[in-house]
Each structure stands twice: as structure tokens, then as C-alpha cells.
Design a binder for this molecule. Structure first.
Ligand SMILES: Nc1nc2c(ncn2[C@@H]2O[C@H](COP(=O)(O)OP(=O)(O)OP(=O)(O)O)[C@@H](O)[C@H]2O)c(=O)[nH]1
Ligand SMILES: [Mg+2]
Length: 537
């Protein structure tokens, strides 16, 4: 384009002609008055449109700044049910995502199953083989106090049960599978540098001890070393206590690990429906754990059905049914070739939390809550994890505190000297007396009521572990009411805010129907109170 003649530029704009934008904005050289009128009108319209857009952007930014985020913290000791409660929130609010992840839980469920079998084998082993087991009793991951019961071990447990060696041999491949599952869950990309597992692998389990009749050499049965071995990161704290190995062997995958993503990709993706015939054939992969599970399934079923085994577990007061990740009553279903976890299986799966896991939901189900962001923080409850809680206290709207009230006769996995109920009572007192939390809504879940009922029905007496219960009736209703009153009274005494309401629920968070009703109520209370206080309702 030829340069505009300098003399056509309006006075005062001469200097800006070198500016291409200013040059482009100059009126055409031979503009008629009508054209000028139209041009000025168009410029005016454009300016108005631009101002309108600017206003909209500012308004949007103002709304974004005002957008309400409601933050909820799940607190409670390890195995109190925090992650399970989070799973229930997910199932209620983002069911599609929950279902998409079900397939990944198959690996955790297999690992939970293999661990239970290992514990049965340890319990039925002859005393000579169970030298380590004597110590292992203190290591019982479920922390069942009766295992270290003062009554001592019945004399009939001196020898292994008949057929023990055969079970041990037939089930030996599970040891290698256990190590492989740990490795896969810890490090889904098989990256030796990946810091994923917080795992203390105990001495080789009894059924992997080399013996003349063992079907596999011990070296195969032990967790592989070197590149193939689980990357072991011993967290500070829990392993430093002299009695700490109690929690040994529990798998935890820390925040940010991509195990879930790794196991929901590709051919492992969840089908639309487990019965739609669209299942992908992971069982066609010879490396898939299902093959070892299938191979050992008959022996697992026989072992669990064996009356002699049950008798031995009874003598040793090992109530596996109450322990986390218990699937032995569903062996046929879980060991099937095309096994696909149900919602209930996923809720029962046990994977210890380390760090803090954040989940966000955008609520859409009531118009006044539309667009409200609901953030839930799930923390690790083991003692060495609790330091991570406090930074969240400044900025939280509500706390759901879980107490596993069935655990009155159990000890902490990380410290077998501490009764689990005592620990919960202390923890409760320190949380509700915290001044930073004075205006935070507190919801107490007295959890694991299903296990409490079963325990009381089986004759375990609360007053043996909690003398203050005295000679009150040992039935579920009396015991649960006692706990309700006790925790309520502690709140009343120690809260820095006497006007704060406490909401107490008796829960079994693995039960979906009742839990969904409770968490919907809890959600409504939290939202109503918090949105009202910020005058958004
Ligand atoms: N039967 C029964 N099992 C429960 C209940 N609540 C939780 N569980 C199981 O108890 C185990 C531990 O629950 P989690 O939710 O992992 O416990 P957590 O509080 O997150 O534990 P950490 O992550 O170690 O802090 C899991 O296997 C759950 O399925 C309940 O009410 N009844
Ligand atoms: Mg957890």
C-alpha cells in the first residue's frame, strides 16, 4: 500500500502516523459527510459493545470471587472408615466416575484376599514354624486385642493342624502374587525410582518358608529384590516405635499415585455394565493376577471351609470376619475368572491413606446450591499421618469425625499398647477443643455399628475393656447409646463454643442405603449453615 500523503493527516496526529494502528484508524482520504456520519456511528457502536463486554467480564470475575466453596474434612484414626465415607460421597454424587474406577479395585481386592489367606495359614501353622508368628501376633494388622490376650494360647494349638503342609504348598503361589500385586499397585509404571509404596514387608510369610516339600523355591516366594522389588519407603513415625511393626505389611498408596489411572486404562476399562457382554478379556492376558487366583481357588475354598481351620482360628480368637478387606466368605465369586468388583466390594476394599486426598464435587441437585463447590479432604488417620491435619483447620467449614466403635477391644496397628477406643476418645477431645475449629460444624459418625452388633451378639463384653461401662446391659442399643452420650458429653465439656451443635450419627459406612441417607442429611445441614452464614441463601 502506498504511504498516505503526510498533508492529509489531521492536525495533531502527525506524530502517530508511523504507528500502524493509528494509520489504520485514519478516516479515508475522500470521506463524504454521510460516510463520516456512518463511520462515527459505527465507532460509537463498537465502543458501546466493548464497554458492555468489559462490564460482563468484570461481573463474571466478581461472581467467581464470590463463588462458594464448602470444605469438609474427614478425620479419625486409621481404619475408622474415612476413605469409605469418601467413596460413598463419590457414589452418590459422581456415580459414573465411581463405576469407571471399579475395575482398578480388583487388584486391591485380590491383595486383601491374599493377605487374609496368609493370616489363616499363619494361624494354623505348627508352633515350630510359627516362632515368628508368636511375635506376629503383636503385628496383627487388625489390632485385635484378644490375640495378645492374657488368657494365653490354648494347648491344642501346639502343633499345626493336619493337612497344614499341604495347604501351604498348594497356596505357595499366592506369596509371589502378593509381592507382585504390591509392586504393581505401588508402581503401576514399573518405575523403580517411583516413590509409591509405604510398606514394611515382614519376614517371609510362613507358607513361603523353604521346605523339602515346597513346590516353589523360597527365593521365588519372597518379595523380589532389586528392580523388581517393591520400592520400600519407611515413613517416619510409625516404624520408629518399638512396638510399631503392628501395622507392618499394610499397603498404602500415597496421594498423587497414579495406580487408579494405570489400572483403568486400555483393556482394563470398566464395561458399561458387568452383564452387558462387553467385558474386555483381561483374563486372556497370561500375566493377569486372575490366573494365580484361579489356580489357588480350590485350595482357598477348602481351607476356609475346613472345620479344623475354623476351630484353630476360634482358639486363637482371630476374628478375621471383622478385619478390613475381608472377602473369604465370597471366595467363589471373587476368584471367578470374569470377576468384576461390585460397588459393595469396592466399599469393603482396604487401602491405607497417606497424605491428604482432595475430592471436589459441584452440586447441582437443588437450585439454591447450583454451582456450589463441595471439597472433601480425606486424610491418613495413622499416628504418623496426623501432623498433616492441622494446616486444613484454618479454612474448613465442617468436620466429619469417625470413630470405629466396634474397636473397643482392639489396639492400634501402629502401637499395640494403645486401645483403639482410648485413642479415638483422646483424638476427639483434642479436635473438638481446638480453638481454630470453634465455629466449624462438627458431625460425629459412630461407625462400624454392624461390626459392633456382631461383636456384642457373639458375647464380647464392653465392660471388660471399658470398666466405666460397669454392669450396664451388653446389647447393641445400650452400648451405642452409651457411646453417643459419652462422646456428646466430651464435646459439651471441651468445646470452646458452647453454642455449637453437634450432630451424631450411628453409621455402618459400608452400607450404601443407610449411608446415602445420612450423608445427604449431613450435606444439607452443612450447606444450609455455611451458605446462610455467608448470606448466599
Ligand atoms: N463392616 C464394616 N467395615 C467398615 C466400615 N467402615 C469402614 N469399613 C472397612 O474398614 C476398612 C478401613 O476403612 P477405611 O475407610 O480405609 O479407613 P480410613 O479411616 O480411611 O483409614 P486410613 O486411611 O488408614 O486413615 C475398609 O476395609 C472398610 O471397608 C463399617 O461401618 N462396617
Ligand atoms: Mg483412608
Amino acid at each position: 500500500m502506498p504511504p498516505r500523503p503526510a498533508q492529509l493527516a489531521p492536525p495533531g496526529r502527525r506524530r502517530s502516523i508511523s504507528d500502524p494502528l493509528a494509520a489504520a484508524l485514519l478516516p479515508p482520504p475522500n470521506e463524504t459527510p454521510a460516510e463520516r456520519e456512518r463511520r462515527l456511528q459505527a465507532e460509537d457502536d463498537a465502543k458501546k459493545r466493548s464497554e458492555h463486554i468489559d462490564r460482563m467480564i468484570r461481573e463474571n470475575e466478581r461472581r467467581q470471587r464470590k463463588k462458594k466453596v464448602v470444605k469438609v474434612l474427614l478425620l479419625g484414626q486409621s481404619e475408622s472408615g474415612k476413605s469409605t465415607t469418601l467413596k460413598q460421597f463419590q457414589l452418590l454424587h459422581t456415580p459414573a466416575a465411581f463405576h469407571a474406577e471399579r475395575v482398578a479395585w480388583r487388584f486391591v481386592i485380590y491383595l486383601n484376599l491374599v493377605r487374609s489367606i496368609r493370616r489363616v495359614l499363619e494361624a494354623i501353622a505348627p508352633e515350630s514354624d510359627a516362632d515368628g508368628f508368636e511375635d506376629d501376633m503383636d503385628y496383627d494388622p487388625s489390632g485385635n486385642a484378644p490375640i495378645i490376650d492374657i488368657s494365653g494360647r490354648p494347648s491344642s494349638s501346639a502343633g499345626g493342624i493336619p493337612g497344614w503342609d499341604a495347604y501351604r504348598r498348594r497356596l505357595a503361589p499366592l506369596a509371589e502374587l502378593e509381592a507382585r500385586l504390591i509392586r504393581q499397585l505401588s508402581d503401576p509404571e514399573d518405575n523403580a525410582d517411583h516413590e509409591a509404596t509405604h510398606l514394611h514387608y515382614p519376614a517371609p510369610p510362613p507358607y513361603t518358608n523353604a521346605s523339602a516339600s515346597a513346590s516353589r523355591p523360597a527365593a521365588h516366594a519372597q518379595p523380589p529384590r532389586g528392580r523388581g522389588a517393591p520400592s520400600v519407603v519407611i515413613p517416619g513415625g510409625s516404624h520408629s516405635s518399638p512396638a510399631s511393626p503392628a501395622g507392618a505389611g499394610e499397603l498404602s498408596v500415597p496421594t498423587g499415585s497414579n495406580w487408579m489411572r494405570a489400572f483403568t486404562l486400555g483393556k482394563l476399562q470398566s464395561p458399561k455394565s458387568a452383564h452387558s457382554g462387553e467385558l474386555y478379556g483381561w483374563w486372556e492376558d497370561p500375566q493377569d493376577p486372575v490366573h494365580v487366583i484361579l489356580h489357588c481357588a480350590p485350595a482357598m475354598v477348602e481351607l476356609w471351609r475346613d472345620p479344623k481351620v475354623r476351630q484353630r482360628l476360634y482358639e486363637r480368637r482371630l476374628r478375621l470376619e471383622e478385619s478390613s478387606g475381608f472377602y473369604l466368605n465370597d471366595l467363589e465369586r471373587i476368584t471367578a475368572k470374569m470377576y468384576f468388583p461390585t460397588d459393595e466390594d469396592v466399599l469393603k476394599a482396604r487401602l491405607k491413606t497417606t497424605g491428604v486426598v482432595e475430592h471436589s464435587f459441584t452440586l447441582t441437585n437443588r437450585s439454591e446450591w447450583r454451582g456450589v463447590d463441595w471439597k472433601i479432604y480425606d486424610v491418613g488417620g495413622a499416628r504418623n499421618q496426623r501432623h498433616a491435619w492441622a494446616p486444613y483447620f484454618d479454612d474448613v467449614n465442617a468436620i466429619i469425625f469417625l470413630v470405629p466403635i466396634s474397636a473397643f477391644d482392639q489396639v492400634l496397628a501402629e502401637d499395640p499398647r494403645v486401645n483403639r477406643l482410648d485413642d479415638s476418645l483422646q483424638l476427639w477431645q483434642s479436635v473438638i477443643s481446638n480453638k481454630l475449629l470453634a465455629n466449624v460444624n462438627i458431625i460425629l459418625f459412630l461407625n462400624k455399628c454392624d461390626l459392633l452388633k456382631a461383636k456384642l451378639d457373639s458375647g464380647v463384653r464392653l465392660n471388660r475393656y471399658m470398666t466405666s461401662y460397669r454392669d450396664r446391659p451388653n446389647d447393641y442399643s445400650s452400648v451405642s447409646n452409651y457411646f453417643r452420650t459419652k462422646f456428646g458429653a466430651i464435646h459439651q465439656t471441651y468445646t470452646p463454643n458452647k453454642d455449637r451443635d453437634l450432630f451424631i450419627h450411628l453409621t455402618s459406612v459400608t452400607d450404601t442405603l443407610s449411608t446415602h441417607t445420612i450423608i445427604s442429611n449431613v450435606r444439607d445441614i452443612i450447606l444450609t449453615r455455611n451458605l446462610k452464614s455467608s448470606s448466599l441463601m
